[in-house]
Design a protein around this ligand. Structure first.
Ligand code: BGC
Length: 818
């Protein structure tokens, strides 16, 4: 226990990411801290309430051994969960005790009959080939004088469970843990995991698998298995492996863990046949259900989970592909029994409960789980369909922010597809505080980089297979750190990423001798309407070159931010070379871009690839190809996120709104009209004419097309971060009314506090209220050219409104928009 220390007063303009100078943190220690600030008038805030944090290993070596049962999970099979325990005699209870846990697999730590934490999927999902996560918990209150039992329940999770495409990171799940016990004098005794542990697989969890579900036999419950004194040596001896010589890096996780976040009650229930009921939760969600049953001993109760029902009311299981998504509970026959699975999850709206004749009134409750990230943004407007689209996107984010950004939560996939992640990140960072979540995932993206001529960042992170360097996917390694920085102002994400970014850029440059990335891997403009799967146009080298230029541009910006001007200049030279080559190869004299599809134009304009002389005619051609589709989008994963920004930049928000608001196919509101409660993988995942898309790759919870929602915040409401002042130190408020909306509002918890924009139109006058957090500045761009009509806080504003800047507080504008 150290002495309190006080740092010097720091002069800074920043309200966030200020690190106290000269503070050396000790490993494995608990800290209390408080802060006081003085504003520009010298006003003193006084001391804040004390806050706490703990440090991790900080260079200390991991010494605890890996403990396992010595067996291996059969190749691509499922297995029971294993239970481990050991006795620990404590003479004098510690003043502070902290448990550090790592696992290859998923673990639930217990002490003296109590689960140590409500966190789920501990300790998370790293790229196990290179890295292992650890977590720590304060367990002081759980320990006692005399006998103590430490327990662990170990599941396969993403490690020894099978992930697409038929991948197991390893087949022997294990945990490693140590307990630091501090006495009143500050001496620390450490208990490392090792041979003292005993194990059994005769526990109730008979099968556990991310894709397939869980089977729980309550008759096999290990009553009091972890009660003090229970570890009597009767279980089987474990096998251990050296923890000290672990080749992977031990990394403290950065992201908040997955937790139970909310519950949903069924909206309807239908008895399909005797003993088979289907519950409708009313919302496509991710997690599981809490089951409540009264049943006979040995009675088998089965739960199946799907997102949709077939026309005849049966479960639509085709789109789960090989995932069995089934939970089975075998009753012990003792009154009302309550159960939830823990080493699996499901993406579903409908639950089929079979094996119970007469379910209890509250037999089923939906338990929504996801990474426990604070909500950051809220948006609302006068159009109920747009509000539903916003809600659908938020739910798809909840469902796919489960430990890392996944493509989908239901079928035999649920992996960190990088293309999906990069298109959605700008939206995700508005909705939730996702900085640490992405920063943690970026470890896996970097760990997956393949250093070879056809290498690069992987298509899926953590790497379970699939390719590398695919255009539009792998550049997530550039785009995500940059987007996180823009929203948070946290430079560490750039520092951590830069070396690997440079490496990936070198690989791309070698693939692109004269600036053209000749034959890159790519999944094309994935799922563009009319192109059911691979290789939708534009041509692959066009997509490849566009993304190469974009990546080099971001690498240049990052190098600039980190004070590396020479590196920035050489990255920019690569960008310029790619851009020049692109103009020559793909843009014809009349402004037609190769393949003449919408995405050809969106990439060209969205990534700033046309020359000043080409730009106008390229824009004209974009308008032509949009008109040819009767003002509908015709884009897949890569083109779609650029529609709104490009049209806005062209001054055509009117057309942006038209496309956004189409309720006929293809378009966002077409899915809303057809009852979507989440974002669908395909524009036609389900249609009234043809029912389900014939291909079984057909998720109803795929956030990629939800990428449009960033524009709701940035342009409908008008809250925009500025690259020249990342982290909302300075931002723009530029609302763009249109689409027949009479009001819209958004608020955002920025690192500086709440920013908000809220507008309403009445009688051709617009009332706009802007909230600017303390110590930040908002640049306002009003959607009017009737300057004489502008009132600010009740007073007429003189000319010169164009460059207006506002400081903290809420400011009300009122002006004519004729
Ligand atoms: C995933 C996608 C991913 C794609 C690669 C699919 O199976 O679900 O979202 O981006 O493969 O093209």
């Amino acid at each position: 226990m150290g002495e309190p220390s006080e740092t010097e007063r720091i002069e800074t303009e920043q309200s966030a990411w200020v690190s106290p100078p000269g503070m050396e943190l000790k490993p494995r220690s608990a800290y209390l801290w408080k802060v006081r600030v003085w504003d520009n008038h010298g006003q003193d805030s006084g001391w804040s309430e004390p806050q706490r944090f703990g440090t991790g290993l900080l260079g200390d070596r991991w010494r605890a051994d890996w403990v396992g049962d010595g067996g291996a999970v059969e190749l691509f099979e499922t297995a029971p969960a294993r239970y481990f325990r050991r006795n620990l005699i404590i003479d004098t209870p510690p003043v502070r005790a902290r448990l550090y846990v790592s696992a290859k697999g998923l673990v639930e730590p217990w002490i003296n009959g109590k689960a140590v934490t409500n966190d789920l999927f501990v300790p998370g999902w790293p790229d196990y080939r290179r890295r292992l996560f650890y977590v720590s918990y304060d367990v002081t209150e759980l320990l006692q004088e005399g006998d103590n039992t430490l327990g662990m329940v170990l599941g396969d999770g993403w490690y020894s469970g099978t992930m697409i495409p038929r991948h197991q990171f390893g087949r022997e799940p294990r945990f490693a843990a140590f307990l630091d016990l501090m006495d009143a004098d500050g001496n620390v005794a450490t208990i490392n995991s090792g041979e003292e542990w005993r194990w059994t697989d005769e526990g109730p969890i008979r099968m556990n698998s991310i894709y397939h579900g869980e089977t729980y036999d309550a008759r096999m419950e290990l009553v009091d298995w972890c009660a003090p004194g229970a570890a009597d040596g009767s279980w089987k001896p474990v096998t251990t492996r050296s923890g000290r010589h672990t080749p992977q890096a031990f990394t403290a996780r950065l992201s908040p863990p997955v937790r139970r976040i909310e519950t949903l009650q069924p909206k309807a229930v239908e008895e399909r046949e005797p003993g088979v009921h289907i519950y409708d939760l009313g919302q496509n969600m991710v997690g599981w259900v809490r089951l409540k049953v009264k049943a006979k001993k040995g009675q088998q109760i089965r739960l199946r989970f799907t997102e949709m029902l077939n026309a005849d009311g049966s479960l639509h299981t085709e789109n789960l592909r090989k995932a069995k998504s089934t939970a089975t509970y075998v009753a012990k026959g003792e009154g009302v029994e309550v159960w939830e699975p823990r080493f699996t999850y499901f993406g579903f709206r409908y639950v089929e409960l079979s094996g119970v004749e007469e379910p209890l009134e509250d037999a089923i409750e939906g338990v929504v789980i996801h990474s426990d990230l604070p909500r950051r943004g809220h948006f609302e407007c006068s159009d109920p369909m747009l509000n539903q689209l916003y809600s659908n996107t938020l739910w798809s984010q909840k469902g796919n922010f489960l430990e890392l950004p996944t493509d989908c939560p239901q079928r035999d996939e649920r992996t960190g597809w990088t293309g999906d992640a990069q298109v959605f990140a700008p939206t995700a960072l508005y909705n939730m505080e996702a900085g640490a979540f992405y920063r943690q995932w970026l470890y896996s993206l970097r760990d997956g980089l393949r250093d070879s001529p056809n290498g690069g960042f992987p298509d899926v992170a953590p790497l379970t297979g699939f390719g590398f360097g695919s255009a539009g996917w792998s550049e997530a390694g550039f785009i995500v750190p940059w987007t996180v920085y823009l929203h948070t102002g946290d430079k560490r994400v750039l520092e951590e990423s830069l070396p690997t970014i440079q490496h990936a850029l070198e690989i791309m440059a070698a693939q692109s001798p004269d600036g053209l990335r000749i034959s890159p891997a790519t999944w094309g403009d994935w799922l563009s309407p009319g192109y059911p799967r691979y290789k939708s146009p534009p041509r692959q080298d066009l997509i490849g070159t566009a993304y190469y230029a974009r990546a080099a541009d971001i690498a240049a910006r990052i190098a600039d931010e980190l004070g590396r001007p020479e590196l920035a200049a050489s990255n920019r030279a690569l960008r310029d070379q790619a851009k020049g080559a692109y103009q020559k190869a793909y843009i014809e004299g009349n402004g037609v871009v190769a393949d003449d599809v919408q995405t050809s134009y969106f990439l060209t304009l969205g990534f700033d690839l046309a020359s000043d002389t080409q730009k106008g005619s390229v824009e004209d051609n974009l308008l032509r190809v949009i008109a040819e589709k009767d003002n509908h989008l015709a884009t897949g994963f890569l083109g779609t996120p650029l529609i709104m920004p490009v049209l806005t930049e062209m001054g055509r928000t009117d057309l942006a709104y038209t496309i956004l608001k189409q309720t006929s196919y293809p378009g966002w509101l077409y899915t809303v009209k057809n009852g979507a409660t989440t974002i669908w993988e395909r524009w036609d995942s389900w249609t009234p004419e043809d029912g389900f898309h014939p291909h079984n790759m057909n998720s109803f919870n795929h956030y990629a097309y939800g990428s449009v929602v960033g524009w709701f915040y940035s342009d409908i409401a008008g809250l925009q971060p500025l690259p020249e002042a990342p982290g909302w130190k300075r931002f723009r408020v530029a609302p763009k009314p249109g689409g027949g909306l009479s009001h819209a509002s958004a608020s955002l918890e920025t690192p500086y506090g709440t920013a908000a924009s809220n507008w309403r139109i009445e009688d051709e006058r617009m009332k706009l209220s802007v909230t600017v957090p303390a110590n930040s500045i908002a640049e306002i761009i009003l959607p009017t050219d009737d300057w004489e009509s502008v009132m600010l806080n009740g007073d007429l504003v003189e000319s010169g409104i164009e460059g207006i800047e506002l400081e903290s507080g809420t400011h009300n504008f009122d002006f004519s928009i004729r």
